[in-house]
Each structure stands twice: as structure tokens, then as C-alpha cells.
Design a protein around this ligand. Structure first.
Ligand SMILES: [Zn+2]
Length: 448
């Protein structure tokens, strides 16, 4: 984040920089239910290939016949079987290739595959290819086998685009569509329709969203860049649109929609990291909270009894927000730290309306209100603090972590699904376009 009062300092903000976006659209009630993920119950069962299913018959050029290639081939087979069901006349891609970026001496799609840590769809020869040496094993190791499936589902989304005649769109539109198509396929898997793969809607989908975070664009990449894929916030959003609303929603993604979702701040400087130890920054934070929520702001204190084991806590007895500055300073990223403070101020808003402060619904309201605050400080709103590139990606990282307060109730308990947490945050972020009316949108009972 950046303050309007301080000139830019050459301070590296954090690991997670990126772009700021706005989101349009109205979340549906079932997407906001804290016990569900886009209408499906939150589950914690196994994710990956179903046991006992024989390998798919996919001809993979250049394969080493190792386990990663078998997994990738199975994924290509299953994703294309899905498209065969939902898209009448879908033709499988012509070529499927594997290479090892560590040792390859060949080329595919006109590019050398040596050192090419990537997976891609090639429109020139209607092929799909992946790096079995570094990319897919890294993903499988870090995020589980289904992350490999997600990457290939994305690439096959480009094949779908080609078949639907949408391949001429800008990079960011094509990538958003491909993420969305991947989301639609994962809905099919999550509903138990895939004969080959299964995924839990709790930890399983969390890993997929973390995969999208991992493969997000380099911080500060413009959405107008010729090879833009999108920030984590963009990519997770597109995947969730496909998961929640299906293929027609993906097809409807166009330049106009993407442009609406992109804020002008996207290419701006990230600015200096704001410190919770800076009284001026905390003062500006209070100003933005008051503006976002339209209510008197709970004063900040350092009441340690109220903070408990957390970095920040809401104290209903005197309607204050207690900060543990040492703990807050340990949080990586200024948006994450300030967002945790805002989340406790959001409990104050709920308290003032007599709403319960514990339980999953309170946690979701808190995420929504924190998103509302984030949406209220996009640069075009000229607030005392502004989002800067990377802040929303930081929010996604926070929301995918199980210990963040941004989507937690007063007791620190969060909804057990990163997907649902991000959904609630984004709903609030979008509602900021309606000003403080967004508060009511976050608190409306029928939403929760
Ligand atoms: Zn792509």
C-alpha cells in the first residue's frame, strides 16, 4: 500500500507485488454460504487420481514414460473427455508432447525447449506440451498432483478457445478465459463426475488456488502486456467464475469485462512499505476505515488482554481495536498487517449492529468488510491510503492461509475453505463500488 502523504522510497515492499483490479458482478447467495464452496459442501477427502483406474491411452511424443508424464497424459485425457461432453464436436488436440527442460535439445512450437520451464498450448500445430523435468514435478511436489491437472486444464482451455474462435483476443482475455475453463472442469471433478480424478472442495481446491498464485504474473506486470496472464487475484477470480458459473460465463469474458476489472493503479509503483509502527500510517488507516464503513472508528489501543495470542484483537467491552505492534510487525507485507487491523474494525461494525461476533458467518462478513475496505482505497477514490501493485495478491495469499484474521471471527476461527474466504473478500471488494452501501451488502443476512 502507499500513503498519499509520503514520497516514494526505494523500499522493496515484499515478495508479493502485483496489480490491483476491480471486480464486477454480483455474487450469488450460495457462493457466500460459509459452509459451501459455490454451492458444494466443503469436503476434506482425498484429491488426486482415483485408485485403480488404468492409465489413459494418450500418445505422448518424447515421453520418458515416467510417473509425471503418466499423470499429465491422464489429465489431458480426462480434461478432453470433459470437453467432449460439454462442447459438442470438440476435437482433441492433434499432438501431445513432453520434454525435459533440463536436458532438452529440441524445439516445439518454434521455440527451444532447453530451459523452458513451462507448459503450453500451441495453436500453430494444435498441440499441447509440458516440461516434465522441472515445472510439473515442482508443482506436484508443492501443491499435489491436482496442480498438474490444473495447469493442463488451463492449457487445454486455449485449445477450446481456438475451437470457439476466440483465440484472437488479447493475452489477458485469453488467459482469463483459460483459467475460467479450468475452473469449469474442476467443478465437474468436484461434483464427482470425473471417472479419473477427485478433489476435495476444502484443502484440494485450496491447493489449486495456491497453484494459481504460484504461476501468477511477475509483480507489476501490466494486464496490457502482450503476454499477460494476470495477477493471482485475477487468476483466482477467473477460475472461481468458471467453477461457480460454468462454461457460458467463461465464454462471456471479453476485453470490456477485463478492462472494467482492471484498476488504473495496476502499473503504478508499489511505493514504500507502510509500517504499523508509524503513527501517521495508522492515522491514515483509521481515516480510510471510517470512510469505507461510514461509522465512527473503533480507537486503536495496545490492550494486551484483548489481543490474546493474535497480532490484533477487537474488544467489545470498550469497542476498541487492540494492536500488538511487535506481532503485527512480524507479518510479511503491509497489506496483510493493515488488513488484519481492518478485519478487527470490521467486527466493531458488526458489534454496533448487534450481530454475533463468533461463528463462520461472522468470519465471512469480516472477510467481506475487509474486502470492502480494500475496494474503497483503489487510487481513483483518492483516499489517504491507496492500494498499490501486489496488495490484492497479498490479500489472496492471506486468505489462502489458514491463520489469517482477515476472514476470521472474533475468536480467530476462519471458514475452512480458502475458496469461500476469497469469494467473500471479493464480494466486498466489488461492493465498494456502491460506497458505504457496500456495508449493508456485506451484512445482509440472506447473503450468509
Ligand atoms: Zn495460458
Amino acid at each position: 500500500m502507499r500513503t498519499k502523504h509520503v514520497a516514494g522510497l526505494a523500499v522493496a515492499l515484499l515478495l508479493l507485488a502485483g496489480c490491483t483490479k476491480t471486480i464486477s458482478g454480483t455474487p450469488t447467495a450460495e457462493q457466500w454460504n460459509p459452509t459451501e464452496v459455490a454451492g458444494l459442501p466443503i469436503t476434506t477427502g482425498p484429491s488426486g487420481e482415483r485408485p485403480g483406474v488404468p492409465p489413459a491411452h494418450v500418445s505422448v511424443q518424447g515421453t520418458d514414460n515416467g510417473p509425471i508424464d503418466r499423470l499429465a497424459a491422464d489429465a489431458v485425457d480426462d480434461v478432453q473427455a470433459y470437453w467432449g461432453k460439454v462442447l459438442p464436436g470438440y476435437r482433441p488436440v492433434i499432438y501431445v508432447s513432453s520434454f525435459d527442460s533440463r536436458s532438452s535439445t529440441g524445439s516445439l512450437c518454434g521455440q527451444s525447449t532447453k530451459g523452458l520451464v513451462n507448459a503450453f498450448y500451441c495453436g500453430n500445430d494444435d498441440s499441447i506440451a509440458w516440461d516434465r523435468g522441472v515445472l510439473l514435478p515442482t508443482l506436484a511436489h508443492d501443491f499435489g498432483d491436482m496442480s498438474v491437472v490444473a495447469v493442463l486444464a488451463h492449457e487445454l482451455g486455449h485449445a477450446v478457445q481456438t475451437r470457439l474462435g476466440a483465440a484472437g483476443a488479447s493475452s489477458i482475455v485469453r488467459e482469463q478465459q483459460a483459467d475460467c475453463y479450468a475452473g469449469s472442469y474442476f467443478r465437474y471433478v468436484a461434483e464427482g463426475h470425473s471417472p479419473r480424478f477427485q478433489i476435495s472442495t476444502g484443502p484440494g481446491l485450496n491447493d489449486i488456488l495456491s497453484t494459481l498464485f504460484f504461476i501468477r504474473d511477475t509483480p507489476g506486470t501490466s494486464a496490457a502486456s502482450p503476454d499477460a496472464h494476470g495477477t493471482a487475484f485475477d487468476r483466482v477470480t477467473a477460475f472461481q467464475l468458471g467453477f461457480g458459473d460454468g462454461v457460458p460465463r467463461c465464454e462471456s469474458i471479453d476485453a470490456a469485462e477485463v478492462n472494467r476489472r482492471v484498476t488504473p493503479a495496476e502499473d503504478g509503483p508499489s511505493g514504500p512499505s507502510l509500517a504499523v509502527s508509524d503513527p501517521a500510517a495508522l492515522h491514515d488507516l483509521q481515516t480510510t476505515i471510517k470512510s469505507a464503513f461510514g461509522t465512527p472508528v473503533a480507537p486503536f489501543t495496545t490492550d494486551s488482554a484483548c489481543v490474546g495470542r493474535y497480532a490484533v484483537g477487537f474488544c467489545p467491552s470498550d469497542n476498541s481495536v487492540a494492536l500488538n505492534l511487535a506481532r503485527l510487525s512480524e507479518i510479511s507485507g503491509d497489506f496483510a498487517a493493515f488488513g488484519e487491523i481492518v478485519s478487527r474494525a470490521a467486527l466493531s461494525v458488526q458489534h454496533a449492529r448487534g450481530l454475533p461476533l463468533t461463528g463462520l458467518v461472522a468470519a465471512q462478513r469480516t472477510a467481506c468488510l475487509t474486502g470492502l475496505w480494500a475496494g474503497s482505497i483503489v487510487p481513483s477514490h483518492h483516499q489517504a491510503l491507496e492500494l498499490s501493485p501486489g496488495d490484492l495478491d497479498e490479500a489472496v495469499a492471506e486468505l489462502l492461509a489458514d491463520d489469517s484474521l482477515i476472514a476470521a471471527d472474533q475468536a480467530g476461527a476462519a471458514v475452512p475453505s480458502g475458496f469461500a474466504r476469497v469469494d467473500a473478500f471479493r464480494a466486498g471488494y466489488a461492493a465498494a463500488n456502491t460506497g458505504t452501501a457496500g456495508v449493508a451488502a456485506c451484512l445482509t443476512d440472506s447473503h450468509w
